[in-house]
Write a new protein. Structure first.
Length: 60
């Protein structure tokens, strides 16, 4: 609880409402190049029950 009182707002919001990434449907649009390799970046989704499916793989 004390950690929540002293955190900046940006960090506090991520503790309370974390980001959700769907990793089973990566697209080539949002890729970055690191050391001559292509690294796909999953799109950020709002964390809600609507976004969760049984067929998907998610990272929180």
């Amino acid at each position: 609880m004390c950690q929540m009182k002293s955190q900046p707002l940006v960090h506090l919001m991520k503790m309370i409402h974390p980001n959700l990434y769907r990793i089973d449907k990566l697209i080539d649009e949002s890729t970055i190049h690191v050391n001559d390799r292509v690294v796909p970046q999953p799109p950020l989704q709002k964390l809600s029950a609507e976004k969760l499916t049984r067929e998907g793989a998610f990272l929180m």
